[in-house]
Design a protein around this ligand. Structure first.
Ligand SMILES: [Zn+2]
Length: 499
């Protein structure tokens, strides 16, 4: 039995792409010959990883394997709802892989949950962050028929409040970038070691205490191997599985006092979409090269149960992420991350401020109008995900019996409209809207479609006229593309026509 454990984690995700008026994904010409980006990435990555080819030296297929059975993974809930409809057999392979891993690893499954539609949690209003976590948990339980042990934090966006939220929801661990740790120490010792400039040992789990060490609620943290993860994502590490097994093996210490875990964490799309054939490299690594090098693929949950943390770690001040060295500025302010062709990111902050203003008005509408229909509007919003997951008449009547006020029993249609308004108020914060180069990009325009639909539903509910002020605020967000001018132009030319 080798005591050198490895864990590769794939974060499989794309933003929701459905037109909020029709529920359909429209043709996206930039996806080439595929109908849209969901379809393209499914063909190049999600499906091949469920039946990856192991080939011999003559490139003949000798075996077909399910990579997800040996890969720690999370899939975005909104992507899974599309995948389930578009590719039901491949979707079933994901569920089978998780069940397989539970059998192999004593009940610890490879799948973990994700905050529902991928917002940057530290930037969310606290009620929204809580709903995102609850919807993510509900979605996971609905699909995988068990409680998740962890939740993927979008962009690894994290701060102390986010960890407290995960603890409050019973989650056992989180996965972060090594750059997010600031200091560590063996549990029970007083002196900290500063690791904010590097030097973190990522081969063990750490414990994060919400208050006094040893006495307050806590959660475990795994920090992935930064160098190997970078090489996997950007350096074609999977193009040679034997070489990648050698590199993994070289990360372990000589005769460690206790078993170590080397982990690699990247976007799942690395395996086949960003890098052609990396799904086959991954299969060869997980099923052949790693075992030959006496490396055993496991998942974080199993490792945590077998080897509880003996060290503790603290995060740095403020919020941090894995894809912006400036904290979370990439989704809220002006940093050079994601900027292209000499452009600017001055649109990001006004975009978030415009949405925050809208979010506040939508919350007022929801509390005022929803308060006369629903016993507890915010509790109904938390529960609403169950209706999205299973719209059967039985589920629906249960939902209204629980949440509708007795004097409003005939008004479920109005209540539903308000809950839909809140759904889109959550969707408009999907992080991809800020990630790329401009406010006129597909993803930012998609967030504005959700905003437009939420505004329309508010108008139907109580004749609220939110659009003029929202447009005034969006006009403060300058676009890099003169064809749009600013956020208001994007809203008029790309978002509103979706109606
Ligand atoms: Zn940045």
């Amino acid at each position: 039995m080798p005591s050198r454990f490895i864990c590769l984690h794939g974060h499989f995700y794309q933003p929701p792409r459905e037109n909020p008026w029709t529920g359909a994904v429209e043709r996206q010409p930039s996806a080439g010959s595929d109908h849209d980006w969901n379809a393209r990435v499914a063909r190049e990555c999600y499906r091949p990883n469920g039946q990856a080819r192991l080939v011999n030296a003559r490139n003949e297929t000798v075996r077909v394997v399910n990579n997800y059975a040996r890969l720690s993974f999370n899939f975005g809930p909104t992507l899974l709802s599309w995948y389930e409809r578009a590719h039901p057999q491949d979707y079933a392979r994901l569920l089978e892989a998780d069940a397989d891993s539970c059998r192999r690893l004593e009940g610890h499954g490879n799948a973990i949950a994700q905050a529902y539609n991928h917002p940057i949690l530290p930037l969310c209003q606290s009620a929204d962050a809580a709903t995102q976590v609850r919807w993510g948990l509900a979605d996971f339980e609905h699909r995988f028929k068990r409680r998740p042990e962890a939740m993927w934090l979008p962009e690894c966006g994290c701060d102390d409040a986010t960890l407290r939220l995960l603890i409050a929801h019973g989650l056992k661990y989180a996965i972060l970038s090594p750059a997010q740790a600031s200091r560590v120490r063996p549990q029970g010792e007083l002196a900290w070691t500063d690791v904010s400039a590097g030097g973190l040992d990522t081969r063990r789990a750490y414990r994060w205490w919400s208050g006094e060490a040893g006495r307050s609620p806590s959660i475990a943290l795994f920090f992935y191997d930064g160098e190997l993860s970078r090489e996997t994502a950007f350096g074609r590490l999977m193009s040679d599985a034997v070489q990648s097994a050698r590199k993994l093996a070289a990360r372990f210490s000589q005769d460690p006092p206790r078993p170590e875990l080397v982990s690699i964490c990247t976007d799942g799309e690395t395996y086949g979409h960003h890098e052609k054939f990396a799904d086959m490299g991954l299969a060869y690594l997980l099923y052949e090269a790693a075992p030959e090098a006496e490396l055993e693929p496991v998942n974080f949950g199993w490792h945590l149960a077998k080897h509880p943390p003996e060290w503790e770690a603290r995060l740095g001040p403020g919020a941090s992420s894995w894809s912006c060295p400036h904290g979370v500025l990439r989704w809220s302010g002006d940093c050079p991350c994601g900027v292209e062709n000499g452009g600017h990111a001055r649109w990001r902050k006004p975009l978030r401020e415009a949405l925050d203003w809208l979010r506040g008005r939508l919350a007022e509408v929801f509390e005022r109008e929803g308060g006369s229909l629903l016993r507890e509007p915010w509790a109904a919003r938390d529960d609403y995900v169950w209706l999205l997951l299973d719209p059967s008449p039985q589920r629906e009547s249960d939902f209204w019996r629980r949440h509708l006020r007795r004097d409003a029993s005939a008004r479920s249609g109005e209540a539903r409209r308000l809950l839909e308004m809140q759904r889109f108020a959550l969707y408009m914060y999907t992080s991809c809207g800020w990630f790329f180069a401009d406010i006129s990009g597909l993803e930012a325009a998609q967030n504005l479609k959700y905003a437009a639909r939420a505004i329309e539903l508010a108008a139907q509910a109580c004749a609220a006229a939110l659009e003029p002020e929202f447009l005034r605020l969006l006009a403060l967000a300058p676009s890099n593309d003169p064809a749009y001018g600013d956020g208001a132009g994007v809203y008029r030319l790309l978002a509103r026509p979706a109606a």
